[in-house]
Design a protein around this ligand. Sequence first.
Ligand SMILES: C[S@@+](CC[C@H](N)C(=O)[O-])C[C@H]1O[C@@H](n2cnc3c(N)ncnc32)[C@H](O)[C@@H]1O
Length: 280
Amino acid sequence: MSSDEAAEPAGDGTLSAVESLSFDTSKAHQARIYNYALGGKDNYAADRAAAEAVFKVNPEMAFTARANRAFLGRAVRYLAAEAGIRQFLDIGTGIPAAGNTHEVAQAVAPESRVIYVDYDPIVLAHARALLVGNQAGATEYIDADLRDTGTILGQAGKWLDFAKPTAVTLISILHAVPDADDPHAIVARLMDAVASGSFLAISHVGSDLLSPQAQQGLEDVADRMIQQDITYRTHEQVARFFEGTDLVDPGLVRVEEWRPAAGTADAGRSSFWCAVGRFH
Ligand SMILES: C[S@@+](CC[C@H](N)C(=O)[O-])C[C@H]1O[C@@H](n2cnc3c(N)ncnc32)[C@H](O)[C@@H]1O
């Protein structure tokens, strides 16, 4: 553990909560690398070094991070405004950044209930500090591992009525779950628990969106510098998460290509697949 470094970031006034935790900051972590790529300040030297090494191997990774975050915003806005969803189970919260799920959903419908889930102690510290208090709806946080669906569904059921349509959002998290943990079965267990008419939103790094050299380079960086392994998956493997759903237009595409804002010209750049599906 590197408790000296744990006092380093002071991005948003939540330092005292972060300081009181003990975690290893000597190796980079996905949530903090992503925070750095989004221009945040809640990251450590090891995270910044790993992020810069990733950008060297794949210069489009910073674009991919921003495009992924923008997809999250457009998907949640679609779910709240067009699909009429008022319950969100957002697993893989990340360190709070601009346009958090509850902010987007409650801007459309203040009564929206948003339950966040993450297993990172740093995310937990920030969630305690930032994801509190709102108007008509509810925002809650569950400290749990995606693989522990029993705990997630049991705790989320205190605030969400699973007899009503719910959006399960798994944005940039499933590639942190190796095949050995059967991520398709994990998603199926979550979706079995929610009513028909519920939605699933996913973004996921695509093995077929990276050249073999870029993928090898990213794996080398990860082996040397990053705490978690990443599993790259193909379009077909990501599509399998959506079995039993009708994909919302335009289907399974790169994150910048999913219902882009008018006037946005970016396409064919990121290395993340994404889709939103509605369960029958
Ligand atoms: C890259 S961040 C994504 C944040 C946000 N969803 C977004 O896309 O802007 C991924 C988050 O997933 C969390 N995560 C990874 N594996 C997890 C697991 N097995 N259980 C719970 N959280 C996990 C990480 O801690 C991290 O905060």
